[in-house]
Ligand binder design. Structure first.
Ligand SMILES: [Zn+2]
Length: 146
């Protein structure tokens, strides 16, 4: 698997932020330490999420539910970069939590010798079990609706 582009000795260009008292800010290479998935594009002075880019490229995620700024458009709001990145990191943790719930349901069905799928996608045993859990787990329900 490819690795994110994380130049350490690059002269990151400055951009101006704010109207009244403009501040000059640039990408900080120290952000690579906190966010190992950060990918920096020197030619466009934009940051991306390497993991989401790879997932998108290989068809593992669709267009709709991931913030495009981390995949296709890139982001350059260096003033909000730490906040945006922390939000994106939290999204990854949340997705992992939901994935573990799905894996536990698969393990349950496999243990009981029950088929995961039915004739129709939503009528399958796995989807029905997940929807059943979703009745008491709003975060799982929200994940299923994506
Ligand atoms: Zn991502």
């Amino acid at each position: 698997m490819s690795i994110p582009n994380q130049p350490q000795n690059f002269a990151f260009p400055k951009r101006s932020f704010g109207e009244k008292k403009p501040e000059q800010r640039s990408f900080q290479s120290s952000w690579f330490d906190s966010y190992t998935w950060l990918n920096y594009d020197e030619s466009r002075d934009l940051a991306f999420c390497h993991l989401c880019m790879v997932a998108k490229k290989t068809g593992k995620i669709g267009n709709t539910k991931v913030d495009g700024s981390f995949i296709t458009e890139g982001f350059s709001n260096w003033k909000q970069a730490p906040t945006l990145s922390a939000g994106h990191a939290k999204e990854k943790v949340d997705n992992r939590t939901q994935l573990l719930k799905i894996l536990r349901s698969i393990r349950f069905l496999a243990r009981q010798g029950i088929a995961l799928r039915g004739h129709d996608g939503d009528e399958g045993n796995l989807m029905q079990l997940l929807q059943h859990h979703g009745e008491t787990d709003s975060s799982l329900l929200a994940c299923l609706e994506r």
